[in-house]
Design a binder for this molecule. Structure first.
Ligand SMILES: Cc1cc2nc3c(=O)[nH]c(=O)nc-3n(C[C@H](O)[C@H](O)[C@H](O)COP(=O)(O)O)c2cc1C
Length: 145
């Protein structure tokens, strides 16, 4: 697995910023990364390794920039049995629906047959500032599985 499709769900830019750092970390390790901040179904259709970096908004909802993709997933029901995926979430434990978008992403991709490579990373922005390092520490488990 050398190619990784990296997509972001972000409203205020933090998840996009984190995804930029993750892209850099992966590129340095020799992976070919295709990064999409407004991913469409077409962008991910042939991906064998998908990495989703998403914040949570509303009450446990997906950010607006990634919602259309998941609407299309639900309506078009593509076959993702060749896909593996991982999810990095940014959220706040001030909300009951902490990192709710991570659960939505996991469920939607699994429903299409994709396999989760490892436990998702749920970063609490209330507790931690160095999101890049947390992602960097999580990546080996994602890459190895
Ligand atoms: C209006 C609003 C609603 C939010 N709702 C949630 C939520 O339901 N669950 C959660 O874990 N975090 C929630 N958050 C926190 C954001 O996910 C967090 O601030 C994140 O870092 C924002 O990343 P972004 O800039 O990429 O959108 C909310 C933040 C705002 C401003």
């Amino acid at each position: 697995m050398q190619k990784i499709t990296l997509i972001t769900g972000s409203t205020l830019g933090s998840a996009e910023y984190l995804a930029d750092a993750v892209e850099q970390q992966l590129t340095q390790q020799g992976y070919a990364v295709a990064l999409f901040n407004q991913a469409t179904l077409e962008d991910i259709l042939d991906s064998e390794c998908l990495l989703v970096v998403t914040s949570t908004h509303g009450a446990g909802e997906l950010p607006e920039n990634i919602q259309p993709l998941f609407d299309d997933l639900a309506s078009q029901q593509p076959d993702f049995t060749n896909m593996t995926f991982g999810v990095i979430g940014l959220g706040s434990s001030d909300y009951d629906t902490f990192c709710g978008a991570v659960n939505l992403v996991e469920e939607a991709l699994a429903a299409r047959g994709a396999r989760k490579r490892c436990d998702s990373l749920r970063i609490d922005v209330v507790e931690s500032w160095d999101h890049d390092s947390l992602a960097e520490a999580w990546l080996p488990g994602f890459l190895a599985s």
